[in-house]
Design a protein around this ligand. Structure first.
Ligand code: GDP
Ligand code: IMO
Ligand code: MG
Length: 449
């Protein structure tokens, strides 16, 4: 029987969300915060995410599995809001096991999460090519520059309903075959209209292939809504792991150059089945500069040697696709907007070490167009066009930061840079990243948390 939740039920729980266009170092911070939580939950996105955790020189790239998986005594949950490519998931499980990481009862997947199937990935690529060809300006224009992981088409099927297939369907071969027949029939008609030459998907073959996948995944599949509510009632703490990031949020990002889910903290209740008041504390993750992969507006982008320097020092190449990331100065108008949306209580500023050696640093504090200025972010690609960043210039520092013991030991100009970020965003910085290792994270008290 349902009884009301105690009023402080959210106080143990934390959300980690990206405040820029992704790759802020969420994986590293989730791994760190996992130490003081019991359950780690992904609520959005799919294998478009690439979260890196580095421990003792070992680098793990996670795509669908929560970044808490390296701790054997924690439970990792893939919530209903995620779109799951089941073959990629099995591959990820196998890769982790090969490296000695335990993946068994500690990984649970929602039976209501939607599936990414092979035709979604083909469709993703076909749409991107269609858009690039129609715009006449190459892929950089109308095409979104997706990861081609089938994310948009899978979420589109979820919203369309009739052509969707869910994780739970994998466990019922007849139901799976019936759903695939409808989905493949419609797909074949669409492919013909798009002029795709490949043969249409074969529902029989897919049903056999994915029923086998279902047999392997079965021990991990559950109703995660009841499971999570049970954990909360037992007093276990939950860490929500955002994938992608706030400026890629389908409702609040730089539309249409966004992904297809609510990646800000606003997606947590719908993507897990836990009410919003259980999201006790929100930690917004931001890099000390900006990056973006794929198309879309990026007011502070640097196309010069400073941009290339940041890319090389920060190893700014996609964890999922290997694409070089576009790099630029820190856009605090964008971060302040994302912190507002997410209700960020604290910030983690990652990759500060990458900025060592620059004579001066720039912080974008507002935008200008002609004589007009604004401190507001414009979450629409076309509205944002034509606005130029207005920068404050701060002195840089030459020291390498990798070995820094605590925040107070950072060079004075690095401390000044962080203090100005806190002032403009209006949220305190709780953690500072000075290297990819779990231990290269500074809190007020020193290294670690
Ligand atoms: P995520 O998608 O938000 O989890 O971030 P990614 O893993 O895609 O990209 C962040 C990259 O920066 C990874 O290669 C991390 O290992 C690395 N990283 C994270 N924090 C730091 C940091 O403070 N300094 C440096 N130099 N690298 C970091
Ligand atoms: P993590 O979790 C960076 C970007 C893609 C593209 C747009 C839409 O590692 O921070 P999609 O494949 O989702 O339809 O692509 O969103 N994108 C990301 N960029 N990090 C991510 O995830 C991203 N997930 C999606 O590059 O521009
Ligand atoms: Mg990433």
């Amino acid at each position: 029987m349902h009884t009301a939740l105690p009023s402080d039920a959210g106080s143990r729980n934390t959300a980690v969300v990206g405040l820029q266009w992704g790759d802020e170092g969420k994986g590293k911070i989730v791994d760190l915060l996992t130490a003081r939580h019991d359950v780690i939950v992904r609520y959005n996105g799919g294998a478009n995410a690439g979260h890196t955790v580095t421990v003792g020189g070992e680098r793990y790239a996670l795509h669908l599995i929560p970044s808490g998986i390296l701790y054997p005594d924690k439970t990792c949950v893939i919530g209903n809001g995620v779109v799951v490519d089941p073959e990629k998931l099995l591959e990820e499980i196998a890769n982790l096991r090969r490296r000695g990481i335990e993946v068994g009862g500690n990984l649970v997947v929602s039976n209501r999460a939607h599936l990414v199937l092979p035709y979604h990935k083909e469709q993703d690529a076909a749409y991107e090519e269609f858009l690039a060809a129609r715009s006449g300006l190459g892929e950089a224009s109308a095409a979104i520059g997706t990861t081609r992981r089938g994310i948009g088409p899978a979420y589109a099927d979820k919203v369309r309903r009739s052509t969707a297939v869910r994780v739970g369907d994998l466990l019922h071969p007849e139901r799976l075959r019936a759903r695939l027949e409808i989905a493949c029939g419609l797909r074949a008609a669409e492919m013909e209209a798009l002029g795709v030459k490949a043969p249409p998907p074969d529902p029989e073959a897919l049903a056999a292939r994915f029923a086998a996948v279902g047999r392997t995944l079965a021990p991990h599949v559950a109703d995660t809504v009841y499971l999570l509510h049970g954990f909360v009632r037992e007093g276990r703490s939950v860490l929500f792991e955002g994938a992608n990031a706030s400026l890629l949020d389908i409702d609040h990002g730089t539309y249409p150059f966004v992904t297809s889910s609510n990646c800000s903290s606003l997606g947590i209740p719908a993507g897990t089945g836990l009410p919003g008041r259980l999201v006790g504390r929100v930690v917004g993750i931001m890099k000390a500069y900006s990056t973006r992969v794929g198309g879309g507006p990026f007011p502070t982008e640097l196309l010069d040697e400073i941009g290339s320097r940041i890319r090389e020092r920060g190893r700014e190449y996609g964890t999922t696709t290997g694409r070089p990331r576009r790099c630029g100065w820190l856009d605090l108008v964008a971060v302040r907007y994302a912190a507002m949306l997410c209700g960020a209580d604290a910030l983690a500023c990652t990759l500060l070490d990458v900025l060592s050696g620059l004579d001066e640093l720039r912080l974008c504090v507002k935008y200008r167009r002609g004589r007009e200025t604004t401190e507001r972010f414009l979450p629409d690609a076309e509205d944002l066009e034509g606005w130029e960043p207005v920068y404050e210039v701060l002195p840089g520092w030459r020291e390498e930061l990798a070995g820094t013991a605590d925040r107070k030991s950072l060079p004075a100009n690095a401390q000044r840079y962080l203090a100005r970020i806190e002032e403009v965003v209006g949220v305190p910085i709780e953690l500072v990243g000075v290297g990819p290792e779990r231990t290269q994270t500074l809190s007020a008290a020193g290294r670690g948390i």
